[in-house]
Every structure is written in structure tokens, then in C-alpha cells.
Design a protein around this ligand. Sequence first.
Ligand code: CAO
Length: 280
Amino acid sequence: LKEDVLNSLKSETEPVPAQASSAARAPGYPDEIVPLTSVQKAMFKNMTESLSIPHFSYKDEIIVDGIMRARSEINKQLQSSLSSSVNKISYMPFLIKAASMALAEYPILNGRLVPPSDNISQPQIQYRSSHNISIAMDTPKGLMTPNIKAVEKKSILEIAEELYRLQQAGATKSLTQADISGGTFSLSNIGVIGGTYLFPVLVPTQLCIGAIGRIQRLPRYGIVYNERTGASEEMLVPRNIMATSWCADHRVIDGAALARFVSKFKQTIESPTLMLANLK
Ligand code: CAO
């Protein structure tokens, strides 16, 4: 089926997926039945298979003021640097690296359930050492999920360069079989488009997926130094909040394991210094 997807990416003749585009189906057009595109066929197969997986869902909000500052400093440097193929990075490279750091502590979430090969054997878990993080990508041909390989060995800048390469490949229909196969864990940043919390659906060969909502500036209580009184007080302060939604395969991942993994992810994102200290 992956071959179908790759062929469809190269094909100029295949219809563009029926997105909610007013131009595609304007009022007054007659009803029409159309076949699925190859990308939709792949989605149909994977998502139908995924229905048999009991999803455990978990949501939390993360304060991203720290990575916003770090990103802005890095971007200032990148604009005057000639050594990198990117001149700007988004939040994704930080999120991808933080996920890999949390996976290093909770490796089961990077695993795969191996179904029994016969009626006698038992299911098994394959622990995978390489963090190949699949990124849900909104491409002109629909949803594609290429992955960034061996994230555990990459710097934030290297992740940004590989993400940029995959985004360009997605946009120009030149993603390869190697780009889309071998993913071990997924992240989906729908917040680029909108939304806050969602219910991401597992890829059948993975045990966990995380989804990112739109970052919002919201009031939250914090301890702030008050210059007038000379004391630290609790008061409402504006914070940049990123809502995150996670799903794990509840057949083998319990709620506490997912909660601990997400807490580690959150701690790393909320303290980029911690991320720096743990970079290899
Ligand atoms: N909230 C608010 N703004 C966000 C954001 C978020 N969660 N994520 C990114 N942005 C901003 C970026 O900062 C950037 O703005 P500036 O350039 O002004 O800073 C802008 O949105 C565009 O970012 P980008 O194109 O560089 O995207 P990215 O690296 O953050 O994400 C990718 C890349 C591939 C994840 C994204 O383009 C994409 O395709 N997302 C859709 C995923 C999807 O369809 N999920 C559903 C899967 S299930 O059907």
C-alpha cells in the first residue's frame, strides 16, 4: 500500500483529495461519487485497523514561554549563519527532541506490539532503540507521515534540517519509501491550522501518538516579584500555553506509564535548560 501512496505522490493525474475546499464542490454542483485517492486508501486501511486498538487518551497543557525565547534567540543566530540549510526553526524540532528524551526514559512507548504468528504463541513487544519520529504532514496530496530517523542522535538544528527536507519533499511529491517507512512514534502538530485538544489515532505499528494544539496566550497563576511591595506574590500572569493530547495502546501501555512519559516531555519543554543539559 505504501507503494500506492508513493506512486500517487508522483502522479500528476490523480485527483486532489476532497478537502473542504469551496472551489472543489461549489453549491449547485450535482452530487457525485468519486473513488478514494491512494493516500485516502492508505488512511482508510490504517485507520480501520486502528479501530481494533483500545486507545487510552491523556491531555495536558504545557507552558512554552521558555522554548519561545530559545527559538527566537536561535532564529536570530540562524539569520546571519551560512552553515545551516535552514534560516528559521519552528517549535517542532524542540517538541521532537523532547519526545525522544522522554522515550529514552520510557522506551516501551517507542515499541511495537508483535502479534502472535500462530494460535499457540503469545503477543510480544518489540523494543526499538532508534527513535524514528513520524510527523503528520498536511501535503497537497493529503495526510502523509514521513519520519525523522534516529532523533536520539540528532541536535535540534539537525532535526530542523531534516524536517525542512521532508516538508519540501512532501510539498513537491518527492517523499521516498525510506522517508515514510520505519516510524516508531508519532507527533501531529494540528495547531498550525487550529484546534486545542484532540483525539489522535494510533498507527497500528506504534504504541503512542501525541498531538499539539494551537498555542494560546492565556492567564495563569504564577509567583511574581512585585517591585512595589518588594515581595514575591501569587498573581495572574499571561502565559503561552500549548495544549497536548496523547493516545497510547491500552492493551500494553497503562495510564500511569503514559502520564509519566508526558510529564517528562512537559518538564523538558518547560525548561529548555534541562533539554540543553541532556543533549548528547
Ligand atoms: N500553535 C501556534 N502556532 C504554531 C504552532 C502551534 N501549535 N505550530 C507552528 N506554529 C506557527 C509557527 O511558529 C509558524 O509561524 P511563524 O513562522 O510566524 O513563527 C507557522 O505556524 C508555520 O509553521 P511551520 O510551517 O514551520 O510548521 P511546523 O514546523 O510547526 O510544523 C508540520 C510542520 C509539517 C507539522 C505542519 O506544517 C503540518 O503539516 N501540520 C499539520 C499536521 C496534521 O495535519 N495533523 C493531523 C493529522 S491526523 O489527520
